[in-house]
Every structure is written in C-alpha cells, then in structure tokens.
Design a protein around this ligand. Structure first.
Ligand code: PMV
Length: 363
C-alpha cells in the first residue's frame, strides 16, 4: 500500500455529531526505532510488545460546523487532559492534524472536543505519546467509519496505524497486539514504513503474557525529546552500521520467537537497549540518559540471573527507567526479587506491573 491508499474516500453519509471513546496501550520496543527520514519514515525496522495496563483513554466528541474551517484558519478543537482544559498540549495536536489533513479532510468540517486520561501517572517519565496518539488516531477512524461504514477492520487498523505514526512514530505499533513490527524488512513481505503489522511468524507460548515491570528511576521531564533524539542519527558516525544491525536483529529474532530461546532473546534485547543508549552517547551533541540507579538495577539483574539462572532481562527507552522483562511462569520469584532488590532504586519506590496485551479497545 502507498500513502494514496489512505486518502479519504467520498463520504457516503452525513454525520452531524457524536462521540467515540478508545483505550489504547503503550508499547515497548525489543528492536528499537531510532532515527527517521522525512514524513516519519523510520530509518530502520523495529518490533515491540504491546502493553496491557499502561494506556490512554480518549473520547472524541464531534459536532459539524456550519461551514468548514478555512485552510488558513486553525483547526477547531479543544483538548482536556484528566478533566482540565490544556492549552499547552494543543500545538502538538495541531501539528498532528496538519500532517494528517490530506488523509482526513473532514477534520476542518467539525468542532472537536478531545478528552484524554492516562492509566499511569502523568509525570512518571513514561512517554504517553504512543498510547495518546494511537487513541486519537483510532477515534478519528471511528468518525471516518461513520461516513463510510464499508471500511473493513483491516483497513481501519492499517489507517489508524498510519495516522498514529504521523503523530509519533512508535504510536503506530500501539493499535494491535501482541507482537508488532514496523518498517520494511526483507524477511517480512507485508512490512511497511507507513504502518505497523502483526508479527506474522510463529511465536512460542513462552512469550505470551510476558511480564514487563517498569521501574520508575527518574520521573522527571525527558532530557532529550524524541524528535531531537532521532535527529541525532543524521550524520551520526555509526548510523549505517546501527541501521543494518536492527535489520540483522529482526532477522535473528525469527528463530528465537519460534523456538522460545530465552537466552538468545535476553542477549538480543539487552544489546538493543544498550545500543540505543550508545547511539546517544556517541552522537554530537551527546547525552547520557541513564542515571546511576539505572546502572545499579542493570547490575543487580545480571547478578540475579547469574546466581539463579532465571530468565529475566531489561530493556530501556530513551530515558532512565528500566523495563524488566520475564515470562509469566517465573512471575512469583522474579517479582519477589524486584520488590526486595530493585524497588529501592526507584524514585519514591514507584514501579508499574504490566504485561503483554492485545491492543486497543473501543469502549
Ligand atoms: O515514537 P518516538 O518518536 O517517541 O520514538 C520512540 C523511540 C524509542 O522509544 C526509544 C524506541 C522505540 O522503538 O519505541
């Protein structure tokens, strides 16, 4: 499919007003997306687990205007976050609307009221852009489906992923579950830079209900926005090698997923996390996003794994928080270890127990 497949078709119905609510999860990348080309096209393919508990709930109320907002006018919308009107969030949504306007021309025909809330604390250092942008994209697709009830579920999800990507790249991986791939890759003939797909090959049962305990090491404002971060890969001395490595890692994951080889999985996932941070440390300007407690946690995980041979590993986002990954069948003993040994390194002892989920839900 190309961008043109996502242009809106002629409306077969008139819709005066209505309301729709979607709940959409966050996701955690195993092979990381870091670096992008124009129009939110990823520099390399990535794969992620969709999460279950960390999610955004968004309600979109729409009311037809007497006449559409002119091209040089602002989009007509209000934004509420956790019940309060938020003017400072509006520019991000405005930019999103501008990017998707060609694909959703109906945006200018409505007054929109967007109300969002997150299941996780706002200032937790957990990026809400993936869950937030995917929830909003899904609400817009529900509106589009009212004009055009013939839209298939497949097209609905693809276009929702396509639109979410234009809001925040990794958001395109938050529509469905549970293992999601985004970006063209030689092994995956249906893969696309424009939207994410469900990972099409065999995935061993051990990865079902995989656990992700998120340790909130630093709840502060992100030191590097992801836009700045992705741009650091332009002219980065190791960029091409890194992009190739992501392709190789995705290829190498195929037998790992199929056989449930946890040792190989943990090795690849940790290497991906450290490479992401290595890219930031070796760019110019350079950043260290890990905190001393991030390192303490990583070392504790390695010691525990060495001592017990239990399958527990970590991954990182572009920040200091640590995602601790492990199979459901080892939940009791690993959660015990987390509580006894790792929570002490979290800001105010805060952590979130999540697991792999099945994707967004319409409420
Ligand atoms: O979607 P963005 O632009 O916020 O970028 C996300 C980048 C990482 O979280 C670091 C990696 C990933 O693939 O999710």
């Amino acid at each position: 499919m190309t961008e043109n497949d996502f242009l809106s078709r002629t409306n077969s119905k008139t819709v005066e007003n209505g309301s729709v609510t979607w709940q959409s999860p966050s996701n955690i990348a195993l092979v990381k997306y870091w670096g992008k080309k124009e129009n939110q096209v990823p520099a390399n393919p990535s794969v992620s687990f969709t999460l279950d508990h960390c999610k955004t709930t968004t309600t979109l109320k729409f009311h037809k205007r007497e006449s559409p907002a002119a091209k040089d006018e602002e989009f007509d919308f209000e934004f509420y976050f956790e019940g309060k009107k938020k003017e400072d969030f509006k520019p991000k949504i405005s930019t999103f609307f501008k990017r998707i306007e060609n694909y959703c021309p109906y945006l200018r025909e409505y007054h929109l009221e967007i109300s969002s809330e997150n299941s996780f604390p706002h200032s937790s250092g957990i990026a809400s852009s993936a869950s937030g942008m995917s929830a909003l994209a899904l609400c817009l697709m529900s509106l589009e489906k009212e004009f055009d009830p013939e839209i298939t579920n497949e097209y609905f999800n693809k276009k929702a992923s396509f639109l979410a990507r234009l809001g925040s790249g990794s958001a395109c991986r938050s529509i469905e579950g549970s293992l999601i791939e985004w970006g063209e890759h030689a092994d995956l003939s249906d893969s696309s830079d424009l939207y994410a797909i469900k990972y099409p090959y065999k995935v061993d049962a051990v990865f079902q209900k995989f656990q992700d305990t998120i340790l909130l090491v630093d709840k502060g404002q992100k030191q590097v926005s992801s836009t700045v971060g992705h741009n650091l890969m332009h002219g980065h001395p190791f960029a091409e090698a890194r992009f190739q490595q992501a392709h190789d890692n995705l290829h190498n994951l195929k037998p790992i997923f199929a056989t449930g080889d946890l040792n190989a999985f943990m090795n690849l996932v940790e290497s991906e996390a450290l490479t992401l941070h290595a890219m930031m440390m070796s760019s110019n300007p350079y950043f260290i996003l890990m905190k001393p407690n991030t390192m303490e946690i990583i070392n504790k995980i390695w010691e525990f794994r060495e001592a017990t041979a239990l399958p527990v590993c970590f991954t990182l986002d572009a920040g200091a928080n640590v995602h601790v990954l492990y199979p459901e069948k080892n939940k009791v003993e690993i959660l015990e270890f987390i509580k006894n040994e790792l929570v002490a390194y979290c800001e105010n002892g805060q952590y979130i127990c999540d697991q792999i989920g099945n994707g967004a839900k319409k409420l």
